[in-house]
Every structure is written in C-alpha cells, then in structure tokens.
Design a protein around this ligand. Sequence first.
Ligand code: 3AM
Length: 433
Amino acid sequence: MSTAKVRRHIGGYELGRTIGEGTFAKVRFARNSETGEAVAIKILDKEKVLKNKMVEQIKREVATMKLIKHPHVVCLYEVMASKTRIFLVLEFVKGGELFDKIVNHGRMREDEARKYFQQLINAIDYCHSRGVYHRDLKPENLLLDEYGNLKVSDFGLSALSQQVRADGLLHTTCGTPNYVAPEVLNDKGYDGTTADLWSCGVILFVLLAGYLPFEDDNVLTLYKKISFAEFACPSWISSGATKLITRMLDPNPMTRITVSELLEDGWFKKGYKPPVFDEKCDTNLDDVDAVFEDSEEHHVTEKTEQPAALNAFDLISMSKGLKLGSLFDTEQEFKRETRFTSKSPASEIISKIEAAAKPLGYDVQKKNYKMKLENMKAGRKGNLNVTTEVFQVAPSLHMVEVRKAKGDTLEFHKFYKTLSTSLKDVVWKSEED
Ligand code: 3AM
C-alpha cells in the first residue's frame, strides 16, 4: 500500500505530476530545487530524436527557440539529457488552454477574440522573423497564463513531430488535419510562413464561430473541404472579420494574406498594441550543443528518493471531500486532478471505481493500489485516460487520488461527475464538507 510519494529529481529539478501527454512527448510539472520556480518539463525519447534524419533541423530550431524570449511564446529555459531521454525545461503556463474557454463558455465576443488573435499573430510574426515556424498550430498549443495572456507552445518542435509522423510512431491523439493548410496536406512542399497563417485563420474562425470551419467524419471528404476551402462564416461574424478569415483561408498559398498585409487589416488593427519587451538575452547554447552531440559527460542524473512518509495531517490537508466544486481552482479554471478521503477498505474503493468506470466504456487496468482507466472511445483530444491511486493514511483511512492522465479536461469532468455519484457511499465526509 502506498503511504508516501516517491520523489524524482532530474538535474536540478524535482519532478511532479504528469500534466499531459502530447503528440510526441510527455509533459510533467516540476520545480527548480534551488529557487522553487515552477516549470513544465517536456520529456522526449532520445532515440526518436537523435536517430532522426532531421536532427540538424531540430537542433537549429531548438537553439533558436532558446534565444527567443517573447511575451506570447512559451519560454524554453534549458535543455538536458540523460542516457535515454531529452528534457526540455519550459516556462510553466498555468491558465490552461485557450480552447477550454470555448468548450466551456462557447464562442467569444469579437473584442475578446481579437485580443487573443493579435497576441497570436504577434508571436508568429516574431518567430517567423527569426526563422522559426510552427507548422502545427492547434488548440493544445495555445495556452493562457495567469493574467489571461496567450502563450504559444511547441514552436520549433514541428520537425520532430513531422518525422515521428513519417515513422508512424505518432500517438493517436495527433494528426487532426482540421488546422492544417491544404498545401501541407497535399505534401507538395510548403512554406512555413503561409502554412502558419492558414492555421491562424482556422483558429480565428473557431474563436468567433464556436466550431470548426472544416469538419467531416470522413477524412477524405474533410481533406477535400480543406483543399477547396469550403467553409461558410456564420451570420453573427462581422463583415470585417469575415473578410479577414476569407483572406487567411485562401487555398492558394501564393495569394493568401501575408503577415505584413494582416498587420494593416482594419479589423485586426483595432486597438492593437504590440507588447513592449526586452529583446536582449544572454542565453548560451552550450546545453543544446551538449544534448545534440550526445555528450555523455553532460548527462544529468535521474534520482529517485524515498522521502519520509507523509503523515496523516499532510494527506488530509491534501484532500477535500468529494465535492465537484473542488475541481475548480480559485480562478474557476478546470483542474486535472482531485483527491478525497474514505473510511472504506481499499479493495472496496477500487471495486467501486471499477464498477463505475466499466459501464461508461472504460478499459480498467489494476496494479497494486493504482488503476488506469482508458476510455475506448476517442474524444475531442483522443482517448481519455484517468489514473487513480489509493494511499493509506491510517489503518482505516485512505486517500484516493483521481487524475486525468490524457485527453480532454471537460470530458474528465463529465466522467468525474458520474464517478462521484457512484462513490457517494465510500467517501468520508468531514464536518467541513
Ligand atoms: O493534456 P492537455 O491537453 O490538457 O496544455 C498542454 C497539454 O494539456 C500541457 O501539457 C499537455 C500536453 O501537451 N502543457 C504543455 N506545455 C505546457 C506548459 N509549458 C503545458 N502546461 C503548462 N505549461
């Protein structure tokens, strides 16, 4: 039975929970052991990166990213490698994803959408001017910070995902062509600048319409719709925005709007205040060189530490009753994990979770006191994966952790709502609850 959490250290960071699984990497929360600063660490399999035909391009883009310090681009602090893995230490962005707002509240007012869109274009323009293209702009890569500002992630990593795609090693969650420009789909060779602008056009459409411009259950029909730019703006979108979207979703990359034309567009320009920031940076690239040359002497160690067991007070203070309210933090953003306490035996808790999950179409795997629940139906962001773990606080008191490992946060909340109804009898209600 688990009574304590194992601590893992990578270089100077203490690893925390898994935030999610992206298309080609796992993302984990971590803290700088010295400063306590929160970071997100993207973990890549070294073999997939270094045995890759495009290793030079990836190295060049990762190096350029390290030099880019832009307020609307997720900052890459440091690159490290161990014997088998590569770690990209990134700024931790804590406001969730931009599109969770749409899923949660529906389409945006034009002023609000324009603000995010201006921030997106500003970031794209800056990176393009330094020779970095995104090529894979999609909702998961648009994050919000605690002030509600946009941060674009995964710039400069597209070469990696493309190669992984060619190898067929991609996770199933990836490969949604909804945001991809026709010339990329047709695989005729393309220019990163214009391809990114197409994706920005799709993103602007979704912000204002609340749904995708190109959608079809049949992938071939979807490709055809994208190739001919078969879409229609709903009537509530203003004529200025409709005109701009139409110029961005031009299937011909040669006549598609350019960034400099976009910056002069009447709808775009309204209230546009490009951010002022210090462009000077003194970052060095020794870490990037060491990782890509696979220099053994620079390998960081992965240390696992068995800490003193958490005591009952630690565990109880980590958990609340099984209230749905506790799935929101103070900013009303969705959380990806929750904990509750129970006086029932661990075996009963586990079988109740299993009994609740199976009829909802979940495959249930159990190992000791951990469970992995995988929804067999793919949702908005692939199959939802939920993990649970039971910790013993005292002989007759357990803490149960329920966490979204992969998939859509909103689908996780729906699942959790059903689970909480089924678990009503086993949850220990404190007086506070
Ligand atoms: O699994 P979901 O889609 O909820 O938002 C990103 C995604 O969440 C999150 O990690 C998951 C896999 O990409 N993510 C990526 N980079 C991040 C960062 N720098 C991040 N979350 C916070 N800060």
